[in-house]
Design a protein around this ligand. Sequence first.
Ligand SMILES: [Zn+2]
Length: 128
Amino acid sequence: MKITHAERRQIENEMIFRRINEKVGDDLGALDAMHIEDGNIQLIRDEDLLLRFKCECSDENCVVRIPMMLSEYQEIHTNRDTFVVLPDHQVDPIEKILKKTPVYSVVKKNNSTPEPSDVLNDTPVDNS
Ligand SMILES: [Zn+2]
């Protein structure tokens, strides 16, 4: 199936937003590692966190946040084709709904487009 330039752009937006969200989980993990190094074991979070994730729809101007448990978010994204969007923020030509809740929808892209690789440059974490 051929996709248009506009559709490709929409898909790339979703991937960028997802990467921003995933960075939150990664940073929390890095924070825990830092607490262990510093001997501040008591600061390590021992329960799931309710976070407000950015809507991963294809609209680059969408600023909606979706309240979700971190573990729930990470569970959904073990599948690399899925994105979490606000209900009705899906774009029908490029994705289909896998799961719908009152708070969010999980969508899957119709196309497998490779993830853009160097859109965001991660700053290496250096705790030394
Ligand atoms: Zn949205």
